[in-house]
Structures are given as C-alpha cells and as structure tokens.
Design a binder for this molecule. Structure first.
Ligand code: AHM
Ligand code: MG
Length: 335
C-alpha cells in the first residue's frame, strides 16, 4: 500500500514554488511569514477564555463595531510579522481606516486581511479566523505602495487563504493552482497537509444565510430560500454560524450555498450589503472558485467587482456551482 507523504506547509510552499522556475521566492517567503502569524493567533484564541484578552477592547473600528481585544491582538501580530519582511509595498486591514504604513514598504506584493473574522462570536467559543489576500503591486517599484495597489479586483489576485481557529486550526490557501488545506498539529506547531486539492461538491444540501433578515431581503432571494425549503428539494438543511469563515469553510468542504444578500432596512431603494469586498468576499470567492465553485455579487461574478474604496461592502452568494446557478436563475428572474 502506498504510504501518504507527510508534508508541512513550508515544504508545500517550497515545492509549489519550484513548479515556477521564474519564481523569486518572495511570495513563498510572504506566505511563510503569514503562517507564523496564524500560529501565534491560534495559540492566543485557544487561551482566550483563560486570559484577559477575551472581551471588548473599549473602542470601535472603522465600521463602528466594537473591537474585541482578540481583534486588536490579531491585527498587531500580523502587522508586526509582515511590516519589515520586505515582501510588501502596501497592507490594508478590515480594522484600519487607511493603508497601514510599512517600515520596509518597497516589496512587490500587497496584503489585504481581516485579522479575526467572526470575532463577535469568540465569547461563545464559535470558530473565528483570519482571511487574507495577496496582489502584485501595480505602482512603480522602488518605494511604498499606494491605494491603487490595494484597490484591485479579484481577477488580479495572486493568492488568498484563511486560517480558521476551530476545534482544530486549519490553514486553507491557494496560489491559483488548487486549494490546499493544512491542519495545525499543536504538539509540533506545524501545519500538515490534510486536505490536498480541495474540490467543492457540484451540488450540496445546505444553505447558509441569516434568515432573521428575511423581511428585508429582495424578492428573488426570498423566493430562492423558500424553493430550497420545499419538500421537493430534499429539503435543504439550514446551517448558519454567523462567522463567514466558518460558514464558507463548511460550504467548501461539504457543498451548498452561502448567502449574505443586501438588506433593504434603512436604504429602501439601494439596500445595504454587509460583507467587505477586499477583506472577506474576494478572498473567499477566489478559494471557492479555485475549488470549482461559483461566486456572485447579485447577478455579477464577484471576482469582477471593482473596489473603489478600502471598506466597500458587497452582497455575496458563493458555493457549489449548481446551487449558485440556481440562485442566479432566481436573481435573473428566470424562476
Ligand atoms: P466581522 O468581520 O465584524 O466579524 O463581521 C463579519 C461577520 C461575518 O463573519 C459573518 O458572515 C457576518 O458578519 C454575520 O453577520 P450577521 O450577524 O448580520 O448575520
Ligand atoms: Mg470579518
């Protein structure tokens, strides 16, 4: 019987780099640095109930939300880890209003991240995680990057991934050559390849959406979810953790559809989206599509949405291709 190789994330990154003879190793170095940040955050999240990091930090972020202490810790770890590596020219975070200044900002890459997605759930021991995406700089090299480097569409993504701090810590990433998942062995402090070449099922049997918002959805979304609940469909099961990273992670592994549509609560004409394009929607959409799924913003491919501001929000539908196609047919009025 063939023995399965044991591969650490470092080994995987190096071997993936060797496939591209022209690669300089910079992206590998950048991803390598990020994995150490994830281990530090994972260790802190595991101890969150025991230490005084749990709880509110007493300030609000750029979106007016409470900043938990773990949010702030995760933000600081990533900034300190990436600041002087020389790989980046610009860095932007869900928690910071402007581009984050770098000590060594003359690198070739751009990093966008959500330091701790789902952190409002941390007090009840629900999975949280760090989401990241990497672009190549578009401004001239030799100095710091600018807004133009950060405001790039999903189609320009070089890599994206997340670390989910759940019952075990997992790292899932893609550089455009498949999606690979690694599980952290806490006794070794190593991410080991556990889910090579992840492929999302063509169709799932789970839908994931905050149904408390149903009264404020558009008609098409309401009709689609009713359709999923009809006995003729199975019916589909409902699962909603309220932590995008955990809901999309499950969707990636088991299939189905994750939705965060616009709600028409305050702005009755245009509606309001919740999830952030740069830090949540695009990186997760990249991974879902790399795994064979689909991602939409309304009727438009999510990867084609152009970011105009750092904290732009967007409506999201992503998951199994057949499920997202069904949703699209409702949105386009065909059903
Ligand atoms: P956060 O980045 O402040 O944690 O907010 C984003 C989270 C997502 O993880 C999740 O999908 C969504 O907000 C849940 O929102 P709601 O509570 O409105 O369902
Ligand atoms: Mg978030």
């Amino acid at each position: 019987m063939e023995q399965q190789r044991i591969i650490s994330v470092q080994r995987h990154l190096v071997e993936s780099q060797h496939v591209h003879p022209q690669a300089t190793g910079e992206l590998t170095g950048l991803l390598w640095d990020l994995t150490l940040a994830f281990k530090l955050i994972s260790a802190a999240v595991n101890k969150a109930g025991l230490t005084d990091v749990l709880g509110m930090a007493g300030s609000t972020n750029v979106h007016g939300e409470d900043v938990t202490r773990m949010d702030r810790y995760a933000q600081e770890v990533i900034v300190r880890m990436m600041d002087h590596g020389g790989h980046l020219c610009a860095m932007a975070s869900e928690e910071e209003e402007e581009i984050i200044p770098l000590t060594r900002g003359d690198g070739r890459y751009v990093l966008c991240f959500d330091p701790l997605d789902g952190s409002s759930n941390i007090g009840v021991n629900v999975s949280v995680g760090t989401i990241f995406s990497i672009y190549r700089r578009v401004s001239p090299t030799g100095g710091p990057g600018c807004l133009e480097d950060v405001l790039q569409p999903g189609k320009a993504l070089v890599a994206a991934g997340y670390a989910v701090y759940g019952s075990s810590t997992m790292l899932v990433y893609s550089t455009g050559a498949g999606v690979h998942g690694f599980t952290l062995d806490p006794s070794l402090g190593e991410f080991l390849l556990s889910h090579p070449n992840l492929r999302i099922p063509r169709r799932g049997s789970i839908y994931s959406v905050n149904e408390g918002n149903q009264a404020w959805w558009d008609d098409a979304t309401r009709r689609y979810v009713e359709h999923l609940k009809a006995p003729a469909q199975g019916p589909y099961k409902s699962r909603y953790i309220g932590s995008m990273i955990a809901d999309v992670h499950r969707t990636l592994l088991t299939g189905g559809v994750f939705l965060y549509p616009r709600t028409y609560k305050k702005d009755k004409a245009r509606g309001e989206a919740k999830l952030r394009l740069l830090y949540e929607a695009l990186p997760m959409a990249f991974l879902v599509e790399q795994a064979g799924g689909r991602a939409l913003a309304g009727s438009q491919p999510l990867m084609e949405v152009i970011p105009h501001t750092l904290h732009q929000r967007v409506e999201v539908a992503m998951g199994s291709p057949a499920d997202v196609d069904d949703y699209a047919s409702f949105i386009q009025g065909a059903r």
